[in-house]
Design a protein around this ligand. Structure first.
Ligand code: ADP
Ligand code: MG
Length: 231
């Protein structure tokens, strides 16, 4: 269906521009995310996320390629496996919808994260404290609602929430069967979610802030789960 040329909002343009950096972030974090999922899951989490963004990048290089964020949404909703793939897809869908409607990227992020959290909670039925990606996303949404313009605080809440999962026992997902093994290690989904939020906040945050939070997040994750190729 060819309608009249649609206007792309500035927020959508900014969201689209995060795609290469998301791809790069999940390629470099794959070993530590995999190592964490091997402790109390089936070890596919890091690979699923990395391969999802690789598939997105491939779709964008072809003829008649979709818009970048449409590709992200479609790949994660329809192609990426594991419990987490479609849950990330719901978040990506919400961000895309809000970006199309919002005047600013900051509004799109705040509203899209809130809608995405609601969708993830509805479908996955996890609550804060269940040791899932919700433990990183929910604090970020809460901070965004109270401190609208403080995106450094949003990122900080996500990172703190993700690292706090080290002391939680899983009640949802595969890790719930291996609850004891997981204690002392952060939840891979929560670490992945916090990394996602670090990258999504980059366009509206001082670069040193997101870089510092990202390093803090991944160094803590690596200490808890030395990746295969670490020496
Ligand atoms: P699987 O166990 O199906 O292999 P993945 O490896 O794709 O799942 O993803 C694991 C992550 O998914 C967990 O670390 C957790 O953060 C998240 N997760 C699992 N179940 C749920 C749920 N019901 N709601 C939200 N997140 C969940
Ligand atoms: Mg898994």
């Amino acid at each position: 269906m060819e309608g009249p040329a649609t206007m792309t909002s500035a927020a959508t343009t900014t969201l689209d521009a995060t795609v290469p950096r998301l791809h790069e972030a999940f390629v470099s974090a794959e070993p530590v995310l995999t190592a964490l999922d091997e402790i109390a899951g089936d070890g596919d989490f890091g690979v699923n996320l990395r391969d999802g963004f690789t598939e997105v990048t491939q779709r964008l290089s072809g003829p008649d390629s979709p818009s970048p964020w449409d590709a992200v949404r479609a790949v994660f909703l329809d192609e990426v496996g594991g419990t987490s793939g479609p849950l990330f897809g719901l978040l990506f869908q919400a961000l895309g919808v809000r970006a199309a409607q919002s005047d600013t990227y900051a509004d799109a992020l705040r509203l899209g994260l809130a809608d995405g959290l609601a969708a993830i909670e509805r479908v996955g039925e996890a609550q804060v404290g269940d040791r899932t990606m919700v433990d990183a996303l929910a604090p970020a949404v809460e901070t965004a609602a109270t401190d609208r313009d403080d995106h450094a605080a949003l990122v900080n809440s996500a990172v703190e929430g993700a690292l706090s999962t080290s002391s939680l026992r899983a009640r949802r997902g595969r890790a719930s069967y291996l609850a004891e093994r997981a204690v002392g290690h952060p939840d891979p989904g929560a670490i992945g979610m916090a990394l996602l939020l670090c990258v999504l906040a980059e366009p509206i945050t001082a670069p040193e802030t997101t870089a510092r939070e990202r390093t803090r997040l991944l160094e803590a994750a690596a200490r808890a789960a030395p990746a295969r190729d670490d020496t």
